[in-house]
Design a protein around this ligand. Structure first.
Ligand code: PEP
Length: 255
């Protein structure tokens, strides 16, 4: 049975004290989760050791990172390697978020290398894909997302792929309040699963966790997560408040 996951992407929000308080609130109020359900908290890098320490005794809430560097070590001032993240307690690394693709000029080649770094250091990857509005308007989103997957993760073998989660995040829905409809999300998730099946076979596709991201909130999470191919969510804005995030976690536990 594939895992259902709700992952919090705090982006560049919350100072260390605010982040510590939020994690404590989540720990205090999170619903019990069955083994095939997982929550991930991805704070900014400087909070990670603190967050991982707070979550160390709670297996169903894991620590994530929002990025890692594409090289293993060396003269890259200001950068953070996958090995450093692993040593600080990180279990999941978000790779290929559209904001990093856009603002940090991350190329598919870099994302493939970042994926290799995270996997070879024993972490799971949350690989993001998703189209901008003009691609959706031209109705070419399926080919666009397929190419992102081919370039970012199709160099992996089947056993490596089993440590990858895909997050479909239409760029026009991120932070805009404009959520994809459940039909749009389901159509794309089914397409992604078919693309994975075409390359890696039916079992790999069936076991692949595919998250939806883009203005997911407690009020729309249950409908999105009820879709057959939506296995949870990657949550930005609504992950910054304990009650909102826990509302989404509860929707995942009930799905
Ligand atoms: C995101 O950036 O991963 C995201 C889904 O953001 P939001 O929930 O704020 O749209």
């Amino acid at each position: 049975m594939r895992k259902k996951i709700v992952a919090a992407n705090w982006k560049m929000n919350l100072d260390l004290q605010e982040g510590t308080t939020l994690v404590n609130e989540l720990l205090k109020n999170a619903p019990a989760l069955s083994p095939e359900r997982q929550v991930v908290i991805a704070p900014p890098f400087v909070h990670i050791a603190q967050t991982a320490g707070q979550l160390a005794a709670t297996a169903h809430i894991a620590t994530g990172a929002q990025n890692c560097h594409h090289e293993g070590a060396g003269a890259y001032t200001g950068e953070i390697s996958a090995k450093m993240l692993k040593s600080a307690g990180v279990q999941y690394v978000i790779i290929g978020h559209s904001e990093r693709r856009q603002y940090c000029a991350e190329t598919s080649e870099m994302l493939a290398k970042k994926t290799d770094q995270a996997l070879s250091n024993g972490m799971q990857v949350i690989f993001c894909c998703g189209e901008p509005l003009e691609i959706r308007d031209a109705d070419t989103q399926n080919a666009y997302v397929q190419q992102q997957l081919e370039e970012g993760i199709f160099h992996l073998d089947g056993s490596q792929l089993s440590n990858v989660v895909i997050a479909y995040e239409p760029i026009w829905a991120i932070g805009t309040g404009r959520t994809a409809s459940s039909a749009q999300a389901q159509d794309m998730h089914a397409h992604i699963r078919a693309v994975i099946a075409g390359k890696y076979g039916a079992d790999a596709a069936e076991n692949m966790t595919i998250l939806y991201g883009g203005s997911c909130k407690p009020s729309n999470a249950a409908e999105l997560f009820a879709c057959a191919d939506v296995d949870g969510g990657l949550i930005g804005g609504a992950s910054l408040k304990a009650d909102e995030f826990l509302g989404i976690v509860t929707a995942m536990t009930n799905s």
